[in-house]
Design a protein around this ligand. Sequence first.
Ligand SMILES: Nc1ncnc2c1ncn2[C@@H]1O[C@H](COP(=O)(O)OP(=O)(O)OP(=O)(O)O)[C@@H](O)[C@H]1O
Ligand SMILES: [Mg+2]
Length: 470
Amino acid sequence: MRARRPPSLTLRSTLAFAIVAMLAVAGAGMYLYETMKAAIMTRSDHAVLARLDHFRKLLHYDLTLDTLQSSPQLFENMLDSEDDIFIIGEPDKAPLILVNPLHAPLPPMPVVAAGQPLSAADLRSAIVNPDVPMRAATVEAMSGGRVVHLTAAHLAVKEMATLASFRNRILFAIALAFAFTAGLGYLLLRRGLRPLRRMAEHAAAITPARLDSRMDSSDTPVELQQLSDAYNGMLDRLADGYQRLTQFSADLAHEIRTPVGSLMGHCQVALRQPRSVDEYQVLLASNLEELERISRMVESILFLARADDAQAALNLQPLDLTDELQRVAGYFEGLAEERQMNLRTAGEGHLQADPLLLRRALSNLVANAIRYADEGSTIDIRVVAGDDSCRLEVDNQGPVLNDSALDKLFDRFYRGDASRHQRSDSNGLGLAIVAAIMQLHGGAVTVTQPVPGRICFSLVFAAQDNVRKA
Ligand SMILES: Nc1ncnc2c1ncn2[C@@H]1O[C@H](COP(=O)(O)OP(=O)(O)OP(=O)(O)O)[C@@H](O)[C@H]1O
Ligand SMILES: [Mg+2]
């Protein structure tokens, strides 16, 4: 089952921005709405209170109930609109004046005594159909020695209409904020993410033939700079690896072509005319020698390929280095004697290493020394156990190597001039194998020339806990 693709980053961020903007506008709108509602309601409360106060004074000083009774029309005209209610009458009698155009029912309310001041606390609320609030109050007044009750109320019909229109405007502003932020955010984000798209296009255009192309990160935003640098770094490493691989296959083809060509040449010459058994034997012996060299080369290349893939699992064992040196020296004794050379071992120590690989590395160094050192000289093989490392050194007297030759010694297929001309059994892979073995062990192989003509190879095992002092 295919996993559902998450929505695009642009869409998600745009929506998040738009929702935040919407919430901010809604919050501000709600605050303003509530403030405005409170202000409007206070104003309408004051109007009711002012009206009651005014008529209380009027009744007390000038107006008599009789005047009122004779011209009730006066009051109806004095009130602003249909939304105001005004009732005057003696307690427990039919009202003298009753203005209530909408016939709104009044809430029960206390009667403020004649001498008492009137305040907002004396107002009572009621909800008239369906959601119009009413504010009402009743006061007592004295008119010509008679007790009169005045009731005034206001229905907030206009106020509610104003607030409703204000609410609609707020809703419109919220919708506008959402649409505007979403639109603008989308455009800005798309613009901001352009370097990512450029990177994707760049990556899509990379082929083995175009590994040298790099991203230009000069106009990349800081957040993407790291990604772009890492990406360019990856391309550097890939290009380097690819270049080495190409070089290796070119070298390989070249190295195999020479012996195969020489084998074919020998066979073609031999087949041109009938040969004696002895001649065939010589030919076969020389071909076998050449084939053995090719076979050694193939085996070495396979070893290097496996080491490159880090497939070679190390079989680490504690080794006594004195024994190891003796074993290798014993193995090469005969060969050294042939060239009147002397093998000398020195030092002692312990090491955690793969015995077969260590012997192979050491043998490659000693074989080289016997092959390339001056005849009759001494080859020193020694253990130098330091505090935080352990070194195995192979030191011999031989040809003077210049710096550029020293740099190339560990390259695959590199052979010094002397060996290229003189020896057909040399492949130039021995030191590359030593380097690969040391890399597998987390160590390194180095070469120094303490004095011209003296060459010293060191196998350096770094980790101190590998070394157990005897
Ligand atoms: N001890 C040494 N003294 C002087 N030159 C050396 C010594 N060891 C190696 N070299 C030089 O380094 C070159 C590379 O050595 P390496 O062991 O990699 O290849 P090789 O000996 O030529 O071939 P192979 O080991 O594959 O049979 C040699 O051809 C030689 O010129
Ligand atoms: Mg060699």
